[in-house]
Design a protein around this ligand. Structure first.
Ligand code: NAD
Length: 253
């Protein structure tokens, strides 16, 4: 059984009760970790921390725009102020600009790369710096996507950002392996969260097409991703770094 007692975890993009960030945070809290949650909306993310405290866990929250470098320093300072250290960082915040390449503006492209890829660089750098100040050791989990592994029509910018997350993470893992700072990526398939609800809207036909493309014939649940994140965060995964894990019902098998 995964044991995260005594560990502190920072999860970005954790404001949505039905999102992947909060699911991962809740599973890690249930295994004993102290949680620090961030997202754009201060009230929403504070409400999620309150949800965890109501379940008896240690949890704090703060507003953060993950594209803001100075903001990362402030968040790390707040985590260390609250719990004394940072053991686990989950770079989960992300957006999906789903548009065919020819319909995409440069502004669409820049926003997609900034929120999904620049943020992972800024967060990983800030997290590694803090883990080094503590003498090394730690786990960083960066949220990619199956779209970071294979091409998906209409997702060029999103796929480029998530493919970037994948190879950025592998490269940093090599730089930090000797310090026992592990860096891995998780590649969700189709998981029913706000991101999918917005993309699919109420279009049953699109929903049916998507689920038909999943060998297991259904979308995944946020906890399916959370369980993988909690495992990678734990010492059970102590010999795993620079690796990628698809959780996708067989989509890219
Ligand atoms: P979601 O929209 O529910 O959650 C994403 C969160 O990121 C939101 O709460 C949003 O406010 C936050 N966010 C966006 N921009 C931000 C910024 N600049 N600073 C801070 N926070 C910001 O979506 P989700 O499905 O839970 O997605 C979580 C992650 O998983 C994303 O990186 C997404 O790309 C990835 N992913 C999701 C799926 C899926 O099927 N749901 C599939 C593959 C990958």
């Amino acid at each position: 059984m995964i044991d995260l007692r005594g560990k502190t975890a920072l999860v970005t993009g954790a404001a949505s009760a039905g999102g992947l960030g909060f699911a991962a945070a809740r599973l890690m809290a249930r295994q004993g970790a102290s949680l620090f949650l961030t997202d754009l909306d201060a009230d929403a993310v504070a409400a999620r921390a309150e949800d965890l405290r109501r379940e008896g866990h240690q949890a704090s929250a703060m507003a953060q725009d993950v594209t803001d470098e100075a903001g990362w320093a402030a968040v790390i300072e707040a985590v260390v102020g609250a719990y004394g250290r940072l053991d686990i960082l989950v770079n989960n915040a992300g957006i999906a600009v789903l548009r065919p390449m020819s319909a995409m503006t440069k502004a669409d492209w820049d926003r997609q790369i900034s929120v999904n890829l620049d943020s992972v660089y800024l967060g990983t750098k800030a997290g590694v710096d803090q883990m080094r100040r503590q003498g090394g050791g730690g786990s960083i989990v960066n949220m990619s996507s199956v779209a970071g592994l294979v091409g998906v029509e209409g997702t060029a910018a999103y796929a480029a950002s998530k493919g970037g997350v994948r190879l950025f993470s592998k490269s940093v893992a090599l730089e930090t392996a000797k310090e026992n700072i592990r860096v891995n990526t998780v590649h969700p398939g189709m998981i029913w969260t706000d991101m999918q609800k917005v993309a699919i809207a109420d279009n049953k036909e699109v929903f049916d097409q998507i689920t038909a493309a999943v060998p297991m014939g259904r979308m995944g649940e946020p906890e399916d991703i959370g369980a993988m994140v909690a495992f990678l965060a734990s010492d059970d995964a102590k010999y795993i770094t620079g690796a990628e894990f698809t959780v996708d019902g067989g989509m890219v098998a």
